[in-house]
Design a protein around this ligand. Structure first.
Ligand SMILES: [Zn+2]
Length: 354
């Protein structure tokens, strides 16, 4: 479910904005919420008013060899700063209550118990009771989920999926993960692990996947697998791979998925060919999910979605081809939030159901 996203531009003060929202709270009429996005290297904190206005955003990078406790310390410092800024901004309104903290984590979490299961990037996270730690320290309610689910909710509440009750959000970055929104709420499944579309088999007996299976979608359509095929192609034919090699700093062996997405968007023929086949496999898996769930919309985020029509035209064709012909075709659209998907999703977790 969890995915790395493209790295944001660095800087401590990044601005994100939500579309202005009607106040959706049933109980609270004023106050603030905090969103916390914990990625592999970056942590982002944002404070927003209940009407959806983002008051302040902060982002920090984890120091090399940092561990979970360092991430938590960073997060609490940024929350303190964000609360100070929010209180100053809210003073004239006379209500600066912290209503809830939403936390999106870049790795598997036990959403029910509010614990991190593990991190593939930073040591010290195994079993970490992140929700209770935040609730005790800040004396408020917190919600913890993985970043793909958070991003799905963010797109559903504030992004491309506004007004759509049933939708599927798929992030195609280094890996492939998904979040499922049914009847306006995140669907977690019996064991909290719903959304593992990256490990749907789309080619029985196909290339090995990091999970140990063969022919998973992630082994055929993730940024990592596209990068691998691009390296092979550029090494085999340096002339055709010239644009990719240049983007990778002159080294064919250094080509990664994001170079392919960028070169394809800029019109490079090899990069465009390298996206066509993954689009077919992605369409196959998404049509399977659509046959099962009948979503009104499929939202595609992550680096691959930057390829625009190069991805979406063949992708929609593939979904249509594999969809039960009598089913209405769901809209297949790019996500609205790119770099900010994580923090918008974390705010969505905080806002949801207030
Ligand atoms: Zn797999």
């Amino acid at each position: 479910m969890s995915n790395e996203r493209a790295q944001p531009p660095q800087g401590s003060q990044q601005l994100v904005a939500l579309p202005s929202l009607a106040i959706r709270s049933q109980f609270a009429t004023a106050g603030i919420v905090i969103g916390v996005d914990i990625g592999g290297t970056n942590q982002t904190v944002a404070a927003a008013r209940l009407d959806g206005e983002v008051i302040t955003t902060r982002r920090r990078r984890l120091q090399p060899n940092g561990i979970a406790e360092d991430v938590v310390a960073n997060v609490f410092e940024m929350i303190d700063e964000a609360l100070d800024a929010a209180k100053r901004a809210q003073e004239h309104l006379g209500d600066e209550r912290l209503l809830r903290v939403g936390v999106g984590f870049g790795g598997p979490v036990d959403q029910k118990h509010g614990c991190v299961i593990t991190s593939h990037h930073v040591p010290g996270w195994d079993g970490y009771p992140l929700r209770a730690t935040i609730e005790q320290k800040l004396d408020t309610q917190a919600v913890l989920d993985n970043d793909a689910n958070a991003a799905a909710l963010g797109e559903a509440l504030f992004g491309a999926g506004r007004g759509v009750k049933n939708l599927l959000y798929v992030n195609v970055g280094t890996g492939i993960g998904a979040g499922i929104v049914l009847n306006g709420a995140l669907y977690h499944g019996e064991h909290g692990v719903a959304g593992e579309i990256g490990h749907v088999t789309v080619m029985p007996g196909g290339p090995p996947c990091g999970c140990g299976k063969l022919g998973c979608l992630e082994a055929l359509a993730s940024g990592r697998s596209i990068g691998r095929r691009a390296r092979e192609a550029a090494i085999a034919d340096a002339a055709a791979g010239a644009a990719l090699i240049e983007l990778a700093g002159g080294e064919a062996a250094a080509i990664e998925g994001p170079h392919v997405f960028a070169a394809a968007a800029a019109g490079d023929a090899l990069a465009q060919r390298l996206i066509e086949e993954p689009a077919q496999y992605l369409g196959l898996a998404l049509a399977g999910a659509a046959n099962l769930l009948d979503p009104g919309m499929i939202i595609v985020g992550g680096g691959l979605s930057d390829s625009g029509d190069l991805l979406f035209v063949p992708l929609r064709d593939a979904v249509r081809r594999h969809l039960l012909p009598s089913l209405p075709m769901p809209a297949v659209v790019p996500a609205e939030y790119g770099y900010n998907a994580g923090i918008i999703g974390a705010l969505a977790l905080a806002f949801d159901g207030l």
